[in-house]
Design a protein around this ligand. Structure first.
Ligand code: NDP
Length: 253
């Protein structure tokens, strides 16, 4: 797929990985729509890029997603590339993870991608080529302590990716998951601040918990995820579907 007048819709496009993907796609010539709850933050991102459309929307709310996608399609045409980047993390021991926490993570991390995919698919099916890219995690492929609900939702997102890819294999739509390791975004910086507050460890020590998980000894740059999205969106990747593409410095081989 070339960027000429193609429409990319990025959930969670107001910050972190979603923002890097959305802005990189806009710079590559895509018509970009971003979705998220924090409308002020989304509008600030959109202001930096001519023609970028920012729509406030909770991806856990199917009616809101359907309305936002309809508005986006009305303005920019059918969605050629959907990037499901919206996601949340809550850290807690298993015994202190009540149903409400599981429900919150499930609704955003899994149903958010389900709602957005369901909303774009009818118009997407008529396109000569289209892509769905789910921002999953290394936690889609292995467990981590104290994030049982997050890990379960990310495994579920990968399961949905694999099943939908097969269901759509007879169409021109591919469905893939990108599985980043710890990345340089608010999610990790908030977790570092939490560790410092709870344990009194220094910020450097707390950060080492995350960089140490990556054999390359660093956080993943969100721009690296953009690069993977651009490749998945290209014609060269038309046979790549149902895959978990790990971007984690060798954490998972
Ligand atoms: P951010 O917190 O910066 O991004 C998450 C985005 O999701 C925010 O822009 C947020 O916007 C949006 N979001 C959260 N809940 C909702 C909701 N209910 N409806 C709409 N939008 C929502 O963190 P990252 O960029 O790191 O996270 C992006 C994705 O990458 C997530 O799925 C995360 O799980 C995944 N990931 C991150 C890793 C990391 O180490 N950072 C590693 C592996 C995967 P708003 O608050 O405005 O709604």
């Amino acid at each position: 797929m070339t960027a000429a007048r193609r429409h990319a819709l990025v959930t969670g496009g107001g910050s972190g990985i979603g923002r890097a993907v959305a802005t990189g796609l806009a710079e590559a010539g895509w018509q970009v729509t971003i979705l998220g709850r924090n409308e002020e933050r989304l509008a600030a991102v959109a202001r930096e890029h001519d023609g970028m459309l920012a729509l406030g929307c909770d991806v856990g709310d199917e009616a809101a997603v359907t309305a936002a996608v309809e508005q986006a399609i009305g303005r920019n045409g059918p969605v050629d590339l959907l990037v499901n980047g919206a996601g949340i993390v809550e850290t807690a021991p298993f015994a202190k993870s009540p149903d409400a926490l599981w429900d919150r993570l499930w609704r955003t991390n899994v149903m958010g991608a389900v709602h957005a995919s369901r909303a774009v698919l009818p118009a997407m099916r008529a396109l000569p080529a289209a892509r769905i890219v789910n921002i999953a995690s290394t936690a889609s492929l292995k467990g981590y302590a104290y994030v049982s609900a997050y890990t379960a939702t990310k495994h579920a997102l990968l399961g949905m990716t694999r099943a939908l890819a097969l269901e759509l294999a007879g169409t021109a739509i591919t469905v893939n998951a990108i599985c980043p390791g710890y990345a340089d975004t608010d999610i990790v910086h908030d977790a570092v601040a939490n560790i410092v507050a709870r344990t009194g460890r220094s910020e450097t020590e707390a950060m080492a918990t995350f960089t140490g998980a990556n054999p390359q000894g660093r956080l993943i740059d969100p721009a690296e995820i953009l690069g993977t999205v651009l490749w998945l969106a290209s014609d060269a990747a038309r046979s790549v579907t149902g895959q978990a593409i790990v971007v984690a410095g060798g954490e998972i081989m």
